[in-house]
Design a protein around this ligand. Structure first.
Ligand code: FDA
Length: 307
């Protein structure tokens, strides 16, 4: 992995650097590019704007790695409030929620995370929408897939995420390509050791295509999360080759990244869902977005140099 990328991802877990970055003039401007805002109102406004352009959304109430049950409960309540609101404002047909199990207490115990995710899924069903479990670093993959399997017994439409950079993911894709399964395929955004993850971009891309083929050949509903123009084109071609109609799979992109491409795909009849983060716990999310693109890192280096 590019050393700068590793450095930024390592900084994503560092409290001192979090404080430096948060206090750096200009950080708010950068945050606004990738995050809809700090409040539920900001998130709903962003979703309305996307919906007006024919785009779908998945809302992420930002927060990860909670350190106590009370904090996990706060995150559950934020998701429940948002689901209620989407329903009452008639938006739940176009919008679902994405949750990170770490924000629901995974590091405090798998049972706690399952119970909390259960409550979010139950509320989502009441509100006629769905939940997707984001995937975090590889130390959480098995637990996240176990929780997903449990949730799917009751809510089969609960979505999961697979990361093409993990060497195990082809097998996971084959296991998940079942009837009705909603599976988001992304490249993967965390710093991972080479024994578990491919180190070179080309190897990750090749893995992405292999996993995409597996998901498209299966009977589930694949969700292709990438901004990579080559992968978008290959997935589109492969979808046609497998006889997939638009609406039997979707593309997903992040809020603020390649917005023209989001609209182009939607205009061409593809289902396109935008991942919309909101809330004040934006630091970890922002660092992963900075690490993805060298051009974004000038800001980060300025922040470090100012100390
Ligand atoms: P790549 O990084 O090669 O980018 C391709 C092109 O897209 C770049 O050349 C640039 O033009 C543009 N681009 C990409 N990232 C950019 C950025 N930050 N700023 C500006 N331009 C950028 N990961 C994870 O580990 N777990 C998860 O649950 C999710 N969930 C998720 C949902 C959705 C909807 C998306 C789109 C992505 C995720 N990810 C994720 C993140 C994912 O793993 C990956 O890190 C990013 O999508 C970047 O990879 P790309 O496939 O876009 O390719």
């Amino acid at each position: 992995m590019n050393p700068l990328r590793s450095l930024i991802l390592a900084a994503a877990g560092n409290e001192v650097i979090r404080q430096v970055v948060s206090a750096t003039p200009g950080s708010r401007d950068l945050v606004r590019r990738f995050v809809a805002g700090e409040t539920g109102d900001d998130a709903v406004a962003a979703v309305r704007e996307l919906a007006a352009s024919g785009l779908h959304a998945t809302l992420d109430h930002l927060g990860e790695d909670v350190h106590g049950r009370a904090h996990a409960e706060k995150n559950v309540q934020a998701n429940l409030r948002m689901l209620d609101r989407l329903h009452s404002e008639g938006l739940s047909g176009r919008v679902e929620v994405s949750v990170k199990l770490s924000s629901l207490g995974l590091r405090l115990g798998e049972k706690l995370a399952l119970d909390n995710a259960w409550r979010v899924c139950a509320a989502a069903e009441q509100c006629a929408t769905t939940v997707t479990l984001d995937m975090e670093d590889h130390t959480t993959t098995d637990a996240t897939l176990r929780v997903l399997a449990e949730l799917r017994h009751t809510w089969p439409s609960t979505g999961g995420v697979l990361q093409a950079y993990l060497r195990r993911t082809e097998d996971d894709a084959a296991a998940l390509a079942a009837e009705g399964a909603r599976v988001r395929l992304c490249k993967g955004a965390y710093a991972e050791p080479v024994n578990v993850a491919f180190d070179h971009a080309h190897a990750v891309d090749r893995s992405y295509v292999r996993c995409a083929n597996t998901l498209l050949a299966g009977r589930g509903y694949p969700m292709f999360a990438t901004h990579d123009p080559r992968l978008v084109e290959i997935v589109g071609e492969r979808a046609r080759w497998y006889g997939r109609e638009p609406g039997s799979y979707e593309f997903q992109m992040l809020y603020g990244i390649r917005p023209e491409e989001q609209l182009r795909l939607a205009t061409n009849g593809e289902t396109v869902r935008i991942y919309v983060p909101y809330g004040d716990q934006w630091y970890g999310y922002l660092m992963r977005r900075l690490a993805e693109r060298p051009a974004n890192t000038a800001f980060f280096l300025r922040a470090l140099a100012s100390r």
